[in-house]
Design a protein around this ligand. Structure first.
Ligand SMILES: [Zn+2]
Ligand SMILES: [Zn+2]
Length: 195
């Protein structure tokens, strides 16, 4: 699915124009980080004001969406309401050209007005993705999983624990005990007075 989030700004005068864009748009694909993201097609609410300035179009306003992800400790599904603020200047292409000519090395990557339109998608994407937690938690004190059995601590009794009976170690322990017993016996025999 492709979501067209370009807004024509030819009606916005370069002197003093303003444009309100208050809409709900379906989320484009891949707005997220590995453990959390906005499911494709879920609504993103935006209430932007586009203002024409000398250098470009200033896009500002709130953006809201609900991210869905997984708790990084207990792996439970979680939802995270997101409310961010955008304030981004989208440059006119001729202004970008000037900046590049002036030697501004970062000017190549600036958002620009293309064909008299502003593409909101990269702005929305940056505003949301940069605010997403890399290690989301279902709650701040989530205890996570028991490292032995992988069950959630929340689902386990308070006194849950595992006895460490690794068969390899118990075999070694038995061998060690046997050797020590044999040594003791040999010493006993050696220490006995000869008849
Ligand atoms: Zn959790
Ligand atoms: Zn366990």
């Amino acid at each position: 699915m492709t979501t067209d989030l370009t807004v024509p700004v030819s009606g916005v005068s370069r002197q003093a124009g303003e444009l309100e864009v208050a809409v709900s748009v379906p989320a484009p694909a891949d707005i997220g980080v590995p453990l959390i993201g906005i499911p494709e097609g879920e609504p993103i609410e935006l209430d932007f004001r586009l203002s024409a300035l000398d250098e470009g179009v200033l896009v500002q306003g709130p953006i809201s969406a609900t991210a869905v992800g997984q708790c990084s400790r207990c792996l439970r599904e979680l939802t995270l309401p997101m409310h961010e603020q955008i304030a981004e200047l989208v440059f006119y292409p001729e202004r970008q050209d000037e900046l590049i000519a002036e030697g501004d090395e970062e000017a190549e990557d600036l958002p620009v007005v293309v064909d008299d339109a502003v593409d909101l998608e990269p702005l929305i994407r940056d505003a949301l993705v940069l605010s997403m937690p890399l290690s989301p938690l279902c709650r701040p004190d989530c205890p996570g999983l028991c490292p032995e059995c992988g069950e959630r601590w929340d689902d386990l009794p308070d006194d849950h624990k595992h006895e460490f009976l690794d068969p390899r170690f118990s075999a070694l322990d038995a061998l060690a005990e046997q050797l020590m017993a044999e040594e003791a016996k040999a010493e006993d025999e050696a220490g006995e007075p000869r008849a």
